[in-house]
Design a protein around this ligand. Structure first.
Ligand SMILES: NC(=O)C1=CN([C@@H]2O[C@H](COP(=O)(O)OP(=O)(O)OC[C@H]3O[C@@H](n4cnc5c(N)ncnc54)[C@H](OP(=O)(O)O)[C@@H]3O)[C@@H](O)[C@H]2O)C=CC1
Ligand SMILES: O=C(O)[C@@H]1CCC=N1
Length: 267
């Protein structure tokens, strides 16, 4: 199996890191290209041993998979740029937020296209990835696609219309968690801890809770921490008073709406 990453930014790098770490792909089976930042390609090549797509673009013509990983505004230019080098056997995997399979096919024709929404935890093999694909993706290609994606984390197959929700929850999700961690750290410092201790405690609290989440029901876990009339109850009451669930609801809804708007903007 080989893949060309068209777009070589943070998402592509997280996936490359995961693939090489899990040995699902060898570095020489991965090639990268972008719009103009040659230094970035050299850096990825030095760091991971991946190839850089050459002027003749043979790598694109030989690709089993092409990963589309540029910002939505750049998709049209990227597809226009590569379309003459595509062959019918190549599956395009787009991780671009919002942009539909139909929009991609409008630019390149009836190619097998999959829309995947991973997150940057792919770097440590823990992406929560949602994926949908077009009818042109064969069973063998679906199998390879699942192998590729499951090597960087969990895979949830969804209808394409659900991908915007996956984007809002799982694609963007790590940023909400990081923001919560920042807020916890600031609060810890405000309550008298040193910045170094605050960071260490918050980091481990998140890591431990993330492991526990794998084992039990979320609410059951919360209840085990919450003693009647204790400290956790007092903390949670403040979250409730301030409509924490409403805030999170709005956060996910706005992100999903933005994904849909991006889709309309670039269709
Ligand atoms: N970051 C994340 O957590 C996630 C991102 N995504 C999606 O992944 C996509 C990429 O995001 P991210 O990696 O963060 O973005 P980055 O800004 O880090 O990287 C974008 C890359 O696209 C390249 N690019 C731009 N235009 C073209 C073009 N015409 N042809 C080839 N390459 C091009 C850029 O090259 P150059 O620098 O030369 O311009 C750059 O390498 C987005 O659509 C986003 O929605 C999905 C899930 C999670
Ligand atoms: O912020 C974004 O638009 C992208 C999509 C999901 C994560 N990052």
């Amino acid at each position: 199996m080989n893949i060309v990453c068209v777009g070589a930014g943070s998402m592509a790098e997280s996936m490359i890191h995961g693939w090489i770490n899990k040995r699902i792909l060898k570095a020489e089976d991965i090639a990268v290209m972008n719009k103009s930042d040659r230094d970035r390609l050299e850096l990825l090549s030095d760091e991971y041993g991946v190839k850089i797509v050459q002027k003749e673009r043979q790598e694109l013509r030989n690709a089993d998979f092409i990963l589309l990983a540029m910002k939505p505004k750049d998709v049209e230019a990227a597809l226009t740029d590569i379309k003459d080098n595509l062959t019918g056997n190549t599956v395009i995997i787009s991780v671009v937020a919002g942009v539909s399979i139909e929009t991609i096919q409008k630019h390149v024709g009836n190619f097998p296209v999959a829309r995947a929404m991973p997150n940057t935890s792919a770097k440590v093999g823990k992406s929560a990835t949602g994926v949908a694909w077009s009818k042109y993706v064969t069973l063998d290609q679906q199998h390879d696609l699942r192998d590729l994606l499951s090597s960087i984390g969990s895979v949830t197959v969804v209808d394409e219309k659900q991908i915007d929700a996956v984007t809002a929850v799982a694609g963007s999700g790590p940023a909400y968690i990081y923001y919560f961690a920042e807020a916890m750290t600031e609060a810890a410092i405000a309550n008298g801890l040193s910045p170094a201790d605050a960071k260490r405690l918050v980091r481990q609290t998140f890591a431990g809770a993330a492991d526990m989440l794998q084992q039990e029901d979320f609410a059951a876990l919360r209840k085990k921490v919450t003693s009647p009339n204790g400290t956790t109850a007092a903390g949670l009451a403040a979250l409730e008073r301030n409509n924490f669930k409403g805030i999170v609801g709005e956060c996910v809804k706005d992100a999903a709406d933005r994904a849909r708007a991006l889709g309309r903007e670039f269709e």
